[in-house]
Design a protein around this ligand. Structure first.
Ligand code: PLP
Ligand code: COI
Length: 339
């Protein structure tokens, strides 16, 4: 198959048409076999539950080009598990792990020429999502579902890549409530946070940092990633039942332990931002993005010098990336080659 004339090194984090996406329908109690198509639009009933009652959940994972020219995925099973947990909370039909794996592998193979090569700094972003498609007007779960996976080559989520971003503590808006759905990956959470994120971007910040909505006191996460801080040799990250359980965070906690760091997974009082040595964001799109500063009530706390990430954040980033890119052995079994 022909290559592409894409300049992978300058790619933004955005949508680009590729050769195919893959679709599975759940109807009459069974999943279909999955069909690859080049069609970018979806035929959808105007009364579908996804449109009115928010039955929409999604995932994000990445495929990386290795130094040896092969390509590899990072933690497909962890994303499969999470979309099942998301489905359970919105009373949607869970996508079996075997279907999820089949979908990712088939759609990646069908778009092999869009996987950015090693060294480009880009990757192939895989976006699986599931929607309720049956026509309902009463508030109830759809009996039928569409599970679709598309891919698109992407550059860094924050324009600057591994360059520190500024965060602003969000003092008014909350993305998630206790007992709500902040711990799952549903579209509604992102709709709820858009005002905050876009407002902060207009003020020159990369993202907001949400506080818990019970007390406005503990750090939750940002709109598009989990949060961590470094104090001395300790990796500190929020414990909260209204944040997404980040697969990147799970991985980085393991890496930090193996690099000899102490881990604290606990509620973080926002007043502690004055005491951090370094800070970072964690996510599939964000990878590890260093935090330059956190501004709260007009006061900026700075964690970097000369626009450069601190030593611990840099060490974690390098180790994570080396595994994701296949530069080094993966002792954790997180990566798998897609032949
Ligand atoms: N938190 C939110 C709100 C996110 O959108 C994401 C992105 O997926 C994350 C955290 C990070 O999760 P993961 O590392 O699994 O991508
Ligand atoms: C991801 O990191 O995969 C996400 O879904 C974050 C999204 C806001 C781009």
């Amino acid at each position: 198959m022909a290559g592409t004339d894409i300049d992978f090194a300058t790619l933004p984090f955005g949508y680009m048409r590729t050769d195919a996406n893959i679709r599975y329908y759940f109807r009459s109690g069974a999943w279909s076999a999955g069909e690859l198509t080049g069609e970018e639009t979806i035929p959808l009933h105007m009364a579908a539950t996804c449109l009115h009652y928010g039955q929409e959940i999604f995932e994000g994972l990445k495929i990386f080009g290795r130094p040896d020219g092969r390509i590899q995925a990072f933690r497909i099973d962890a994303n499969a598990n999470r979309i099942q947990r998301s489905a359970a909370k919105l009373l949607m039909e869970p996508v079996p792990t075997a279907v999820f794996r089949d979908a990712v592998q088939r759609v990646v193979k069908a778009n092999r020429r869009f996987v950015p090569p090693y060294g480009s700094g880009a990757s192939l972003y895989v976006r699986p999502f599931e929607i309720g498609i049956s026509a309902e007007v009463g508030v109830k779960p759809s009996p039928d579902y569409l599970f679709l996976v598309f891919v698109t080559p992407v550059g860094p989520y924050y324009k600057t890549g591994f360059t520190p971003v500024k965060l602003k503590v969000e003092e008014v808006i909350h993305r998630a409530a206790p007992g709500g759905v902040g711990d799952i990956k549903c579209g509604g959470n992102y709709a709820a946070g858009m005002r905050a994120t876009i407002g902060a971007k207009h003020e020159g910040y990369g993202e907001v940092l949400y506080l818990d909505s019970r007390e406005d006191r503990f750090i939750d996460e940002s709109g598009s990633s989990n949060f961590f801080a470094i104090a001395g040799n300790t990796f500190i990250t929020p414990k909260s039942d209204s944040i997404l359980e980040s697969i990147t965070r799970m991985s980085v906690i393991r890496i930090a332990e193996d690099l000899g760091m102490k881990i604290e997974h606990r509620p973080i009082d926002v007043a502690e931002i004055a005491a951090f040595d370094e800070a970072g964001c964690l996510g599939t799109a964000a990878a590890i993005t260093p935090v330059e500063s956190i501004t709260r009530a007009g006061k900026e706390h700075v964690y970097t010098r000369g626009g450069k990430a601190g030593p611990k954040v840099t060490a974690l980033y390098k180790r994570l990336l080396a595994i994701q890119l296949g530069e080094t052995d993966d002792p954790y079994g997180w990566t798998e080659i897609i032949e």
